[in-house]
Design a protein around this ligand. Structure first.
Ligand SMILES: C[S@@+](CC[C@H](N)C(=O)[O-])C[C@H]1O[C@@H](n2cnc3c(N)ncnc32)[C@H](O)[C@@H]1O
Length: 250
């Protein structure tokens, strides 16, 4: 099985979903509300923007200029389409870049946003590196997977070791403080939103491709990984979720 083959099936399964992780406009806007009033024509940096679900909510709730970063061209293409359909193309600049090596200079942003993506360069490292791009007193909003209980079963713990940044809300806040931000707010995404926004569409996409992909080793590998993730959620959704962290540069 080649990595290219696997990536092809991975993108075929995930890249056409409405979003690339659980979340919805209501929770994006709930976090935005805690940021308070932004300056006129504020600059918002959306890191790991995916197909632009949260970018869209931010664009429609503000008059901000949005800079949306992802390292997959297909995601930015979908974001461009969404922006065109919804009428905010003139306020967004899609940037194909690695979040660990951003092509920006200086403290240019009033708000940095990252839903379900910062773990790709490490939560602590990511927060620390983003500080240099935030204007003094600027805000950051980050969502990451957290444990809701401290007694997860072994099978679930070992599943999530593949996602190295899962942690308690308390420990995430400790890291945030150590890196140099003050706490503003946190809240947890309800399990029902995982299903409605992400796993529901994923289950429907699986049903479309399963029969066609049967017998192909790379494709079945991708399918099995998705099925395992869904089965963990079906059994144990009360043990973990995404938490949103709203913070302000100290
Ligand atoms: C779980 S998805 C979340 C996407 C979006 N925020 C959402 O909630 O729908 C993570 C996104 O981060 C992007 N990504 C992963 N590693 C990255 C990196 N090193 N630099 C930039 N983007 C990255 C992926 O391509 C993907 O679109």
């Amino acid at each position: 099985m080649s990595d290219d083959d696997r990536m092809g099936y991975f993108l075929d399964l995930y890249a056409h979903l409405p979003r690339c992780g659980p979340g919805d406009d209501a929770h994006t806007l709930r976090a935005l509300e805690r940021v308070g009033s932004l300056p006129l024509h504020a600059r918002i940096l959306d890191i790991g923007c995916g197909p632009g679900a949260q970018t869209s909510a931010l664009a429609q709730a503000t008059d901000a200029r949005l800079i949306a970063v992802d390292n997959l061209a297909i995601m930015l293409e979908r974001l461009r389409h969404r922006a065109g359909d919804e009428g905010w193309s003139d306020r967004v600049s899609p940037v194909l870049a690695d979040m660990g090596d951003l092509p920006f200079v200086g403290a240019a942003f009033d708000l940095i946003w990252s839903e379900g993506a910062l773990y790709n360069i490490g939560f602590r490292h990511g927060l620390a590196s983003l500080k240099s791009y935030l204007k003094p007193g600027g805000y950051a909003v980050v969502s990451e997977v957290v444990w809701l209980r401290n007694d997860p079963p072994e099978v679930l713990k070992s599943f999530w070791t593949a996602y190295p940044e899962i942690d308690s809300v308390e420990h995430k806040w400790q890291i945030i403080h150590q890196v140099g931000y003050d706490a503003v707010a946190d809240f947890v995404l309800p399990a029902a939103v995982w299903e409605s926004s992400y796993y529901g569409p994923l289950r429907r996409r699986l049903a479309q491709v399963e029969a066609r992909w049967m017998g192909n080793v790379s494709a079945e590998d991708v399918l099995n990984e998705a099925r395992l993730e869904l089965s963990m959620f079906d059994q144990f959704s009360d043990f973990y979720s995404y938490a949103y962290f709203v913070m302000r540069l100290r």
